[in-house]
Design a protein around this ligand. Structure first.
Ligand SMILES: [Zn+2]
Length: 460
């Protein structure tokens, strides 16, 4: 049951997590398919798209003599233009009217967007995290150590946590022989590198671009992974507080002579992550997001409308891989075609929701005739390639726009009377000598709402 949907005490955190269950492994199927997938990508006008052209940044709203680190910067939309050459004297002066004429979405961005879904679908490794960074959580409990006791003469790292998530290890793959389905299809880089069997081309916009003139983005990306009440699964039913080192189930209670029960995580019993971070698609109005330009944020020129064409070349893939890949492109048009991909900057404030269509699938075969190899192209019907993966249900749960009553609630955690993220987290952890999470994220398919002013024992 949703709570408080009708009061102004409820909100929905912008992101949630797709659970990690059993790790997928690559299969040794016949991988003989060669061909091209032609797609179109359409920007949802409610959710403008921004990908930066980093060849030059511009001081915004006008040039000053301040040192570079005290300036506020504007980034234009990605194109093949080298802006350093294109702009007038003084280098890189922002020009409201002079928007890029031929905006481009780089093939690498599309590849990243599709791989991300493919990893969720196939239970692939988590390649984006830094395996060797050690986890540090300052203890909130007085007189408790703030770092985990080194185990086996080492430190407890992110890689250690990934080694045991549920039934499997989700560490980044190390070798081609034993890699996950995503590394197998898209390739991997690291100690052992190999190219994948897909090639993504850059896109071309159909028609004239229509931009939103300038949007100052709020500082995004907070809170970070240290927010264990979001990023970690609740360790046990009775757990009241947890971080990456330990959890406890009960407070010290001198009256009843009950001891506090602390349990440490270690390499054999590691903390469990909530999963892979994904964003809800709520209702946003960029005009309502009033953000002052400061030295910590930036202003950008998002693309409001438009449709792009792009191609993916595949070389040596199986029928199963083709079906899974096609799912990651058009979601098999589930939910009446309402499902959206997310790409580019500003996802927490609803930017970059796009719809992808598969327009044509061409299979290429080669015939040997009179001593000459003759290529032969034939069209494959979209409906004959359906993904059989269970994880489709998780993707359906978040990639579809939220219903209206929930869509309006998507926001970063803040107290009802204080507009600061940090204060919500502090309040939610309770007393510094006796911390206890009052509210935590539900699992993907559970109740989405959290409380702006959490009070203990109202949930879970
Ligand atoms: Zn992998």
């Amino acid at each position: 049951m949703s709570n408080d949907l009708t009061t102004n005490n409820a909100f929905i955190n912008p992101y949630t997590f797709v659970p990690l269950s059993k790790k997928g492994i690559k299969t040794a199927q016949d991988k003989g398919l060669i061909g091209i997938i032609e797609c179109s990508l359409t920007i949802d006008p409610e959710h403008p798209l921004f990908i930066p052209n980093t060849t030059c940044r511009f001081e915004y709203p006008e040039p000053t003599k301040k040192p570079a680190e005290e300036k506020h910067w504007f980034y234009d939309f990605y194109s093949y233009e080298n802006l350093e050459n294109a702009k007038p004297v003084g280098g890189c002066q922002w020009d409201e009217e002079n928007a890029p004429k031929n905006p481009v979405i780089p093939g690498s961005e599309i590849r990243g967007m599709i791989r991300n879904i493919y990893e969720q679908l196939t239970g692939s490794c988590m390649p984006v995290v830094n395996e060797t960074s050690s986890l540090f959580n300052r203890s909130l409990i007085a007189k408790k150590p703030s770092l985990l006791k080194p185990q086996n003469n080492g430190t407890y790292t992110f890689g250690d946590i990934l080694k045991k998530q549920g039934e499997s290890s989700f560490n980044p793959c190390k070798t081609e022989a034993e890699c996950c389905p995503a590394c197998d299809l898209f390739g991997m880089s690291g100690d052992e590198s190999f190219a994948g069997r897909l090639r993504f081309c850059d896109t071309a916009l159909n028609g004239n671009p229509e931009f939103v003139k300038a949007v100052t983005l709020p500082i995004l990306g907070t809170p970070k992974i240290t927010a264990a009440e979001f990023y970690m699964k609740k360790p046990t039913e009775k757990a009241k507080y947890w971080n990456y080192e330990y959890y406890y189930e009960q407070y010290e209670n001198k009256k009843e002579n009950k001891p506090e029960i602390f349990k440490s995580f270690d390499k054999n019993n590691p903390a469990q992550l909530s999963g892979r971070k994904v964003y809800w698609l709520g209702k946003y109005n960029l005009k309502d997001i009033k953000v002052e330009p400061t030295i910590q944020n930036c202003t950008v020129r998002p693309l409001k409308n438009g449709s792009f064409k792009f191609k993916i070349y595949f070389d040596g893939i199986s029928n199963e891989e083709l079906a899974d890949l096609l799912f990651c492109l058009d979601f098999e048009d589930a939910k009446d075609g309402a499902m959206r991909h997310r790409i580019g900057k500003g996802k927490p404030i609803g930017m970059g929701a796009v719809k992808v269509n598969v327009d044509k699938i061409t299979q290429r075969t080669y015939n040997y005739k009179d001593g000459v190899i003759v290529p032969l192209d034939s069209s494959l019907p979209r409906s004959e390639h359906v993904s059989m993966r269970d994880a489709k249900k998780d993707i359906f749960a978040y990639a579809v726009p939220l219903p209206e009553n929930e869509a309006a609630l998507v926001a970063y955690p803040t107290l009802s009377d204080v507009n600061k993220i940090f204060e919500w987290f502090a309040n939610n952890r309770g007393n510094i000598n006796k911390p206890e999470y009052k509210d935590t994220l539900s699992e993907l398919h559970g109740d989405k709402t959290l409380k702006k002013d959490p009070s203990p024992n109202t949930r879970r």
